[in-house]
Structure formats: structure tokens, C-alpha cells
Design a protein around this ligand. Structure first.
Ligand code: F6R
Length: 612
């Protein structure tokens, strides 16, 4: 949610800030703004409601603002409607301090009331402006900006990543973080701060991840990081192992389509280093065999699509591990008195590694004594750093708000971890173990086969795009997969959609099926195929139009019942959802395209949800 960027160096800041914001626009896109400082013009601020191109036009691609020091922000509104005034940067009353903020200041009302009593006038409805005003207040008191920032941080509660400039410090940019991501980048012609590596990757791959409570002072030639007592801290440098092309569309009309097409490669990168001589090898985790044997309960915690990965994994892991696996929505977990002790393995799944609910649930699990294992895509993200163990999905940067390649890599990584644990526990037969490993190894080629039939799905999308309510039904793993298909469709096409366990439909929801209702029936789980077909017959009898997704082997059987059929290659049941989900992603994509939706930036959403 919200993206912040800052630059101080030897080049004009405004174009660099706009470019950085454009690359982070997926984090929020209801308004944007930049503040730049120069010797001649002082502090110049431009803000605009709407997408970044509005700000680009307003500033003539940055040419309207001069100076080599600046900060920028792209917003996903929490406090105050999206408009020019509530857009960041926020300026203190005397116009000398500018600030951008990602996060939420929980005690802003109390501080605001206090400042109003001191005679401060506020321009916006935001919690962030309160921090700019409070900074001015403390700066006035102590006359030292770093000290003022320290005082402010001790006063505020909540989550934040800040970028701050002050007219009195013409060569310095100040950064601070708590519970919101912030990286610092070392460039040749200057230094950067940003919410996300994508904003700076064009200029540098040499980055430092800020930790909670830290404050940084950046100049053109130096970056100094301090702890919350303002004592200098030595930070480890990281080299980002992907380049700018990974964060560009590369000829595709949308990031989402590019990322769907990248799935074979992303899965290959995630799986192949972890299979050696037919065995799953997880070098990077410190789970000992003794600990694994003592595991009595497993929680999988996540949100949205990552939660849907958990739903698939529950079926797979219970089959492989013979241990109870509970999947929890992160936003519910910590308020549900979870049964966690030292024999509980808590797996948290998060593409961004910054989702606040997931992070909070993970902290609660740790507090209760559980051992945490994070499945994360963004290297160095908060969840990755705080978890006891972390395994990365090597999907590369995911820009489209609707996840696809991260989901797919999470699925296969969960299969690998499941196999690994089952092997230690001795709960999986060696023939089954080998069959799954083999299927994971050949999955990229099978995914390529699915993607080669993109026109079929395009055709079905053009046939069905004008439906206003669509059901996804399936049993067992197909039911879990349907949840993802339904979410994908609703988030980018705005069509109302529900996922249902086929067998449950007749217990109420079947009343919604009427003549012409589209039902996407998932029948890839061979053990329950006949039962799934019976459920297709039931909805057909009530007038539904049925689009079925099955495997090549069962295409003929499905064609006898459904109106249209998409078939994917056969795999081991544990791996099959990795193939079945791809037509659902493509269907959602092409339906949204037909409906003229803003696919990469769907309304009301943002990638990386860092508010509760
Ligand atoms: C849907 C989607 C979201 C995320 C959810 C969790 O396409 O992307 O539902 O899956 O917000 O995000 P992460 O995985 O970053 O924790």
C-alpha cells in the first residue's frame, strides 16, 4: 500500500522520482505527488489525484521542478478521500519540511488535537500530515532535524516508512521505518530510498534493507543508518539478483499476462535447485529431523491468493504427512485463540513478505512458542527476516496486482516442503514420493503446453465475458483451486463470483442457479471425477451453462455433460492444481480484457497490503 521514493544526488530529482513511482504504482494509485528542493526555487511540491500520468502531465514529466533532492509518493487512501490535498508529500505549516509516508499513524487524532491547541492549522484529513506538523514542532524546539525525527518517532504509534526533506538541510534526505518496508539504494550519481527495489533497480542493485526503529540520513555520497537511540548501525549490503527487464512489460500488453507466461520459468527456478538425485533438498531451512518428528499440529497462515495456496496444501500435506493441518486467514488467526505450542509448525505464505495481517499473525505464533517457516517471494522482506526459517519462491518481481506466478511458485514450494517433511516423518511411500518429485521436475514443460492453448481460453472468455455472476465448483483439490479462479476473476473483471464445494451446492446455494448462469466446473481430481460430473448434471438440470476444466484423459467424458471443456495435461494429484489453475488465470485475464478493465491496477486494490 502506498509507494515512497526519495533521491539525493547529482542529477535532476523529479524525473527519477516519477520513474520510480511509475514502477511502484501497483502499490497504490489513487493519487501521487513529489517534492523537490533546489537552491534557487526552494521547496516545490506538486500533487495530483488520479493515476501517475496526471502528475506527469502536471509537471511536464518533472521539468517543472528543479533540484537534485526530492521525495515522491503514490497513494492508496486510508485516512481521507483520494484528492489533491490528501495526496503526499505533506508540508509542515511553515513550508520548510516535506514528508511522504507509507503506513498508518494510530494515535494521530490525539497528536492532531494537541497541535491544534498549539495553534497549528491542518490542510488535509490524513494521519501523515500530523507527522509533518509534529516534526516542525519538535524541530523548532531542538533545532536539529535528526533529533526532531527521533522525538517524533518516540511519540507516534503505528506503522511507517518515511521520506523527509527539510529546506534547512539542502543536501540530505531522511528515512525512517517501522512495520512498513523501506530499502536504501547506493547509486553512482546519488542515493535512494524506496518502498520497493523495483523503484531503484534501473539505477542500482546495491541495496540495504532498513530494520524497524532505524533512521537513515542520505546525502549524494553517503548513507548513515542509526538505531532508535541515534547510535550508528553497520548495515549489510545486498545485491539484487534480477535486473530492470524483469520489472518491465517486455512487449506484453499487461504485466499480468507477462507474469502468467513466465510461470514455467518461475516454477523451474523454484523447483530445480531443490531437487537433487530425485530427492528434495532444502538447504536453507534449519528444521531438524528431531523437531519435525515432534510436530503435532501445523498451521498455514496467509491472506488472499496465498491463503488459497494454503487450502490446496492442506489437502496435499494431510495426505502426505498424516498430521492435522489447519489453514487460517491471517486476519483471523491472532483473534481466534490459536492452539500453538512448541510442537506447532506455523507456515506463513506471502508473496510480498510485507502483508501486515500475515506479519502480525506470525508474530503471535512466535509469541505462543510455535516455530515459523515463511514462504516468501520478496527477498529481504519483513516476514522473511522475522521468520525462524524462510524459503524463497524464485518468481522474480511480480508487478500486476493480481498474483499469478507467485501463486504458482508458492504451490510448488509447498509441495516440496510437504514431501520433505513427509520423508523425515516416514509417512509417504517411496513410489509416491518419487512420482511427485518427477511430476514437479516436468511441470514447467506441462505448463508450457497449457500456455500454448491460450487462444481456446481467449475464445471462451469472449463467449462468457458478459455474465454477471459466475460460480466455480469442484471437489477436494478442485474446490481449493476454484477459490483462486473465482478470486482472480472477481478482482480484475468485477464480475460477482463464488467458489463452492460441488457437493455443498445443493445445501442452499443451488437456488441461485438459473437459466444461463455460468458455472465453471473443475474436474481435474481423478479420484472424485464421477462425483464431480454428477454435480455438473445437477446444475445443468437447473439451466446452468457449464464450462468445465479437466485433464486430457477425461476430456471425452466431460464433453458429454458440459457445454464447453478446457483440458490440461495429466499429473500426479498433488501437482495437478498447478496445471489446472492456469486456464483459470487466463480466463480471468481475457474476460477482464473483454470488459475493458484496468487489469494490472484493479479498482480499490493495491499490491502488498500493509494495513490491518
Ligand atoms: C490476489 C492477491 C492477493 C494477495 C494477498 C496476500 O491476486 O494478490 O489476494 O494474495 O493480498 O498478499 P501476500 O501474498 O503478498 O501476503
Amino acid at each position: 500500500m502506498c509507494g515512497i521514493v526519495g533521491f539525493v544526488g547529482k542529477e535532476e530529482a523529479a524525473p527519477i522520482l516519477l520513474d520510480g513511482l511509475e514502477r511502484m504504482e501497483y502499490r497504490g494509485y489513487d493519487s501521487a505527488g513529489i517534492a523537490v528542493r533546489s537552491e534557487q526555487e526552494g521547496l516545490q511540491v506538486k500533487k495530483a489525484k488520479g493515476r501517475l500520468h496526471v502528475l506527469r502531465e502536471l509537471t511536464r514529466d518533472g521539468a517543472e521542478l528543479s533540484g537534485t533532492l526530492g521525495i515522491g509518493h503514490t497513494r492508496w487512501a486510508t485516512h481521507g478521500e483520494p484528492n489533491d490535498v490528501n495526496a503526499h508529500p505533506h508540508i509542515s505549516e511553515n513550508g520548510r519540511i516535506a514528508l511522504v509516508h507509507n503506513g498508518i499513524i494510530e494515535n494521530y487524532m490525539e497528536i492532531k488535537e494537541h497541535l491544534i491547541k498549539q495553534g497549528v492549522t491542518f490542510a488535509s484529513d490524513t494521519d501523515s500530515e500530523v507527522v509533518a506538523q509534529l516534526l516542525e514542532f519538535h524541530y523548532h524546539e531542538c533545532g536539529n532535524m535528526l533529533e526532531a525525527v527521533g522525538r517524533v518517532l518516540r511519540r507516534i504509534e503505528g506503522s511507517y516508512a518515511f521520506g523527509i526533506i527539510c529546506a534547512d538541510y539542502p543536501n540530505a534526505l531522511i528515512a525512517a521505518r517501522k512495520d512498513s518496508p523501506l530499502i536504501l539504494g547506493y547509486g553512482e550519481n546519488g542515493n535512494f530510498l524506496a518502498s520497493d527495489v523495483t523503484a531503484v533497480i534501473k539505477h542500482t542493485r546495491d541495496v540495504v534493507y532498513m530494520d524497524d526503529g532505524e533512521i537513515a540520513v542520505l546525502t549524494a555520497d553517503s548513507i548513515d543508518v542509526f538505531d532508535d537511540e541515534l547510535i550508528p548501525v553497520d548495515k549489510k549490503h545486498h545485491t539484487v539478483d534480477w535486473d530492470v527487464s524483469a520489472a518491465e512489460k517486455g512487449g506484453y500488453p499487461h504485466f499480468m499476462l507477462k507474469e502468467i507466461m513466465e510461470q514455467p520459468e518461475a516454477v523451474r527456478k523454484t523447483v530445480s535447485p531443490r531437487i537433487r538425485d530425485g530427492r528434495v533438498v532444502l538447504d536453507d531451512v534449519a528444521l531438524t529431523a528431531d523437531y519435525v518428528k515432534e510436530i503435532s499440529r501445523i498451521y498455514i497462515i496467509a491472506c488472499g491468493s496465498s491463503y488459497h495456496v494454503g487450502m490446496v496444501s492442506k489437502y496435499n500435506w494431510e495426505r502426505l504427512l498424516r498430521r492435522p493441518v489447519e489453514v487460517c486467514l491471517a486476519s483471523e488467526f491472532r483473534y481466534s485463540a490459536p492452539l500453538v505450542d512448541e510442537h506447532t509448525l506455523v507456515v506463513v505464505i506471502s508473496q510480498s513478505g510485507e502483508t501486515l495481517d500475515t506479519m502480525a499473525a506470525m508474530r503471535e505464533a512466535k509469541r505462543l512458542g510455535g516455530r515459523t517457516l515463511a514462504i516468501v517471494n520478496v527477498v529481504g522482506s519483513s516476514i522473511a527476516r522475522e521468520s525462524d526459517d524462510v524459503l524463497y519462491t524464485w518468481a522474480g518481481p511480480e508487478i500486476a496486482v493480481a498474483t499469478t506466478k507467485a501463486y504458482s511458485t508458492q504451490l510448488v514450494l509447498m509441495d516440496l516442503v510437504g514431501l520433505y517433511l513427509a520423508d523425515v516423518l516416514g509417512t509417504v511411500e517411496s513410489a509416491e514420493y518419487s512420482a511427485i518429485v518427477e511430476e514437479l521436475a516436468v511441470l514447467p514443460e506441462k505448463l508450457e503446453k497449457v500456455l500454448a492453448h491460450v487462444e481456446d481460453i481467449q475464445y471462451f472468455a469472449s463467449r462468457y465475458f458478459n455474465h454477471d455472476s459466475i460460480f466455480f465448483i469442484g471437489r477436494n483439490l478442485d474446490c481449493a483451486m476454484g477459490m483462486e479462479g473465482s478470486l482472480k476473476l472477481k478482482e480484475i473483471s468485477y464480475i460477482h463470483s463464488e467458489a463452492y464445494a460441488s457437493g455443498e451446492l445443493k445445501h442452499g446455494t443451488i437456488s441461485l442457479i438459473e437459466h444461463g448462469t455460468l458455472v465453471v466446473a473443475l474436474g481435474t481430481y481423478r479420484a472424485l471425477l464421477d462425483k464431480s460430473i454428477s454435480n455438473v448434471v445437477e446444475v445443468k438440470a437447473r439451466g446452468a451453462e457449464v464450462l468445465a476444466v479437466t485433464t486430457d484423459e477425461f476430456r471425452g467424458k466431460m464433453e458429454k455433460t458440459a457445454d464447453a471443456v478446457i483440458a490440461v495435461p495429466e499429473s500426479h494429484p498433488v501437482v495437478q492444481p498447478s496445471l489446472g489453475v492456469v486456464p483459470l488465470q487466463l480466463f480471468a485475464y481475457y474476460v477482464a480484457l473483454q470488459r475493458g478493465c484496468d487489469i494490472d491496477k484493479p479498482r480499490n486494490l493495491a499490491k502488498s497490503v500493509t494495513v490491518e
